[in-house]
Design a protein around this ligand. Structure first.
Ligand code: ADP
Ligand code: MG
Ligand code: ZN
Length: 485
């Protein structure tokens, strides 16, 4: 029996507001524990929540960018449970009337094996706003757990997908696309390792071709893109094995253990929460008026999917290049600035950004703040222009780039200082060719006797003698002429 995985993701995105959702406390990450707190977010009796308008604005922007239907009326609900990081005993969330529903995200999928590009549409069930809980730090002193309420009341968006995802890779691609979108909108920084983007994965399997869904498990604690893909793959394998062994899958929450790379049962349905949702009597129903939505719609920036299309159209790039270049706003801007400075070779520029720039940033663990990159786009443009004009070879350019990235110097200064200009002077080349031919009379004879393959040997020798700086076309042309004469 062949099985097909069915996956739905619930993503929590921490919103980039300066203050919390229902009080004026700062949302700053990394503050002294319990420093960013007040009676409201500590849940003291007698206080009332006041909604932060910016949170609604960010939710609406995200809803618009994901083609959701926006509710004119939505409602806050209390989700009741007991845990020490939740001092009120309930989380303010949205339940039966969320702010947005029925959206979708078009996820680009690239097949590296046959180099084909596809788009997969993943439907979004709903988007709603809620407050975050605090953080428990266990075993900090061996015998105690500590509670930090700085995160309590930090605004979150919960973005729930339909079970449309069919593989771990698709789940990863969905998450990357979503993160990219949230960053373009400037509503969430998307740092999974700081917890500002969190993901719960719901996974089930069914016989391929079956129309019904199997019983799902929900995997929590997946804190990186790799972890999401690995945890889902593990869970698919586990469910298939269990099913084949005649066991039934139970609906449960499982925790991903990143160290041992397994999922473990956390709580089964038996212990499932009854959250006793009810409308929050302290908050008015949320009414969003059309003119605000219209205003926000016109203020949306160019989004990744549109930018991708434009890159294909304007720069004649393959879809894959456009996808990689636009995945990060900063990279897309870098690329465009470089192309503006040297518009002749957009595809060559794309190769440089994808291969060299992105690799260098990754190796140096540099973040995406363009202003902190050692090699500004103008310098890259100069480099590509020098290759275009035959002033340096592509091979030399790689070493020049490494230097540019390290020193921040413009390419010409480096080429000048290191004497790397390409030699296109016929007399100089001829002298080198004569020398190498004189040093290898047997090879010259063999070439002239029909071993044409030896051309590469001569090119290699001359290039080595000239430290790679000979103009390759001119060298080939002059060398052939001399050997054939
Ligand atoms: P809950 O509120 O218990 O988390 P939801 O109905 O909101 O349940 O679903 C949560 C997530 O589970 C959604 O992302 C949905 O797509 C996904 N999901 C629902 N059924 C299945 C299934 N059979 N297999 C995989 N994922 C599923
Ligand atoms: Mg859930
Ligand atoms: Zn507060």
């Amino acid at each position: 029996m062949e099985y097909e995985p069915v996956i739905g993701l619930e993503v929590h995105a921490q919103l980039l507001t300066a203050s919390k959702i229902f009080c004026g406390c700062s949302t700053q990450f990394g503050a002294e524990p319990n420093h960013n707190t007040c009676p409201v977010c500590m849940g003291l009796p007698g206080v009332l929540p006041v909604l932060n308008k910016r949170v609604v604005e960010y939710a609406l922007k995200t809803a618009l960018a994901t083609h959701c239907r926006i509710a004119a009326h939505s409602r806050w609900a209390r989700k009741n449970y007991f845990y020490p990081d939740l001092p009120k005993g309930y989380q303010i969330s949205m339940y039966e009337l969320p702010i947005a529903e029925h959206g979708y995200l078009d996820v680009p999928l690239h097949n590296h094996i046959d180099q084909t590009d596809q788009t997969k549409r993943v439907r979004l069930t709903r988007i709603h706003m809620e407050e975050d809980a605090g953080k428990n730090i266990h075993d900090a002193r061996g015998d105690a757990s500590l509670v930090d309420l700085n995160r309590t009341g930090v605004p979150l968006l919960e973005i729930v997908s339909e079970p449309d995802i069919r593989s771990p890779e698709e789940a990863g691609a969905y998450l990357r696309t979503l993160r990219s979108l949230l960053r373009y909108l400037e509503v969430c920084d998307g740092n999974m390792d700081e917890g500002s983007l969190r993901c719960d994965a719901n996974v089930s399997i069914r016989p391929r071709g079956s129309a019904e869904f199997g019983t799902r498990t929900e995997i929590k604690n997946v804190n990186s893109f790799r972890a999401v893909e690995k945890a889902i793959q593990y869970e698919i394998d586990r469910q298939i094995q269990a099913t084949q062994a005649g066991e039934t899958i139970v609906q449960e929450t499982r925790l991903w253990d990143a160290e041992r790379e397994v999922t473990r049962s956390m709580r089964s349905k038996e212990f499932a929460h009854d959250y006793r949702y009810f409308p929050d009597p302290d908050l008015l129903p949320l009414v969003v008026d059309d003119s605000w939505v219209t205003e926000l719609k016109t203020s949306l920036p160019e989004l990744p999917a549109d930018r991708q299309e434009r890159f294909v159209r304007d720069y004649d790039l393959p879809a894959y290049d456009a996808e990689v270049l636009t995945a990060h706003k900063e990279v897309a801007e870098y690329y465009e600035q470089a192309v503006r400075a040297h518009p002749t070779d957009p595809k060559a520029m794309s190769n440089w950004v994808m291969d060299s720039v992105l690799r260098a940033l990754k190796d140096d663990k540099l973040d995406l703040h363009i202003s902190r990159w050692p090699c500004p786009p103008e310098h890259l443009a100069q480099l590509v222009s020098l290759i275009h004009d035959g002033k340096i070879s592509g091979k030399i350019a790689k070493t020049v780039f490494d230097d540019m990235h390290e020193s921040g110097q413009p390419p010409e200064a480096i080429i000048q200082a290191k004497g790397l200009w390409q030699v296109s002077d016929a007399d100089t080349l001829d002298a080198q060719i004569d020398q190498v031919m004189a040093d290898n009379p047997d090879k010259v004879a063999a070439y002239r006797g029909g071993k044409q393959k030896l051309l590469g040997f001569f090119v290699g020798q001359i290039m080595r003698a000239m430290e790679g700086k000979a103009n390759p076309q001119l060298l080939n042309q002059r060398l052939k002429k001399k050997l054939d004469s």
